[in-house]
Design a protein around this ligand. Structure first.
Ligand SMILES: [Zn+2]
Length: 474
């Protein structure tokens, strides 16, 4: 029997705010354990939470970018459960009136096919702390407790591993475009939980779903989902029943293992959070947020082609990540005549420096103004294109401005005709056969002769000038 794959995702992302969602503690990653805490996020009796305006803004921006309906009024709910990393014994979340509903995320598959995945809801909640298992015991670090966590729940519309892959990449791109999160999976600011079930092809009823947790990267999500699909297929084919449960992905062993049977909503005894008033969204404020949304990646890609005359391929690579696109536009800084040169440098040399999912272009030593300066050095004839490549590699390594490198290494391009003439004469004298061929009408030989002059000048000669000098001599 053949089976259909049905996948839904929960995306958890830590919002990029300075302070936590209901108190003023530092929301930054790391720090001495239990140093970013106060009576509110420690859940001490008598304290009251106050909603962080920036958390709400980022949550609403994300919901708007996902084309959600935003209710005029929503509230927070209390999700009750006990766990050592949750000092209050409940989590403030949104169950009954989330801030966003009925949205969608548009996927563009590698073959150009479009697929719309419906978003069930977007809700804001507080994150829990961390348990560190050490020396046979467990330590609790509550620095993360109370940081802003946004959860985006999709409908089970994803029908293949390829779509899962594109969904995760597109969601990450959207969150980074909106500025909602830095999406560093290593630091846990972006986490995916994947729900998977199989059903006989053509069936209308959904199969029993299994939820996968402990997924540390998109690559791990793909491996875990691949494993789980095969596990369920084998079980169904052997006539065994799938148990509704949460399973943990074991990255080292490459398997999923049962963690607990999945709770239903009733197990959490949700009720409206009595310590927070409902939020009424001012229509003018929401409209201002909507207008402040950045240009979406697909629109930006089209603009890069029109404005900078870039091939669609370049535009796609450069706009895949908003920070890369911003970086590129800062480097070009209006000089559209330099766009293709800068695009080539970014695609060939800069992006190579960002191999990991969490690597960010703004962390590199090379800055956009360096590329602008380098392009200027080439277009003014101060250095050749070959020298520019050499300089760029040094800038990437050291962060030193190109002009300083050129100066320090005496790399100035030879543009003085009287100095170049000597090289030209030597090359003409040393290559009588090629000179003969050129004079007999074989134009292509000129390239060879230019190359010889470049070699003799150790790459410093201005190739345009060499070209002119050779032509006039020959
Ligand atoms: Zn606090």
């Amino acid at each position: 029997m053949s089976y259909e794959i049905v996948i839904g995702l929960e995306t958890h992302t830590e919002l990029h705010t300075r302070s936590k969602v209901f108190c003023r503690c530092d929301a930054g990653f790391g720090g001495e354990p239990n140093s970013h805490v106060c009576p509110v996020c420690l859940g001490l009796p008598g304290t009251l939470p106050v909603l962080n305006r920036r958390s709400l803004e980022l949550a609403l921006l994300t919901a708007l970018a996902l084309e959600c309906e935003i209710p005029a009024r929503f509230q927070f709910d209390r999700k009750n459960y006990y766990y050592p990393d949750l000092p209050k014994n409940y989590q403030i979340s949104q169950e009954y009136q989330p801030l966003g509903r009925n949205g969608r995320l548009l996927l563009v598959m590698p073959d150009g096919r479009e697929k719309s995945v419906r978003i069930h809801n977007v809700h804001l909640e507080e994150d829990a702390g961390k348990l560190l298992h050490e020396g046979g015991g467990a330590l609790v670090d509550l620095n993360r407790a109370g940081t802003s966590l946004l959860e985006i729940v999709s409908y089970p519309d994803i029908a293949s591993l390829a779509e899962l892959d594109v969904y995760m990449a597109t969601m990450r791109q959207l969150l980074r475009y909106v500025g909602a999160s830095d999406c560093k999976m290593q630091e846990g600011s972006l986490r995916f939980e994947v729900n998977i079930s199989l059903r006989p092809a053509g069936a209308t009823q959904l199969g029993t779903k299994v939820e996968l947790k402990n997924i540390g990267s998109m690559k791990a999500a793909m491996r875990a989902a691949g494993y789980e699909i095969e596990r369920q297929r084998e079980a169904l084919e052997a006539g065994r029943e799938i148990v509704q449960e949460t399973r943990l992905w074991d990255e080292e062993r490459g398997v999923t293992a049962p963690m607990r049977s999945k709770e239903g909503a009733k197990d959490y005894r949700y009720f409206p959070e009595p310590d927070l008033v409902p939020v009424e969204v001012d229509a003018a404020w929401l409209e201002a947020l909507r207008r402040s949304l950045p240009e979406p990646a697909t629109a930006r890609r089209r603009r890069f082609v029109a404005q900078y005359g870039l091939p669609d391929y370049d535009a796609g690579v450069l706009t895949a990540d908003r920070q890369v696109a911003d970086w590129f536009e800062a480097a070009v800084a209006g000089r559209t005549d330099q766009a293709k040169t800068i695009s080539n440098w970014v695609m060939t040399h800069i992006l190579k420096e960002l191999p990991g999912e969490d690597d960010r272009i703004e962390d590199l030593k090379v800055k956009p103004e360096h590329l602008a300066q380098l392009a200027e050095l080439v277009s003014s004839g101060a250095i050749s294109g070959n020298q520019a490549k050499e300089v760029l590699l040094l800038v990437i390594e050291s962060g030193q401005p190109p002009a300083e490198i050129v100066e320090a290494r005496g790399m100035k391009q030879l543009s003085d005709a009287s100095l170049l003439e000597k090289f030209v004469e030597d090359v003409i004298a040393a290559n009588p056969k090629q000179v003969e061929q050129y004079r007999a009408g074989k134009e292509a030989v000129l390239g060879y002769l230019v190359g010889q002059v470049m070699k003799a000048s150790k790459g410093q000669a201005n190739p345009k000038l060499v070209n002119e000098l050779l032509r006039s001599r020959l």
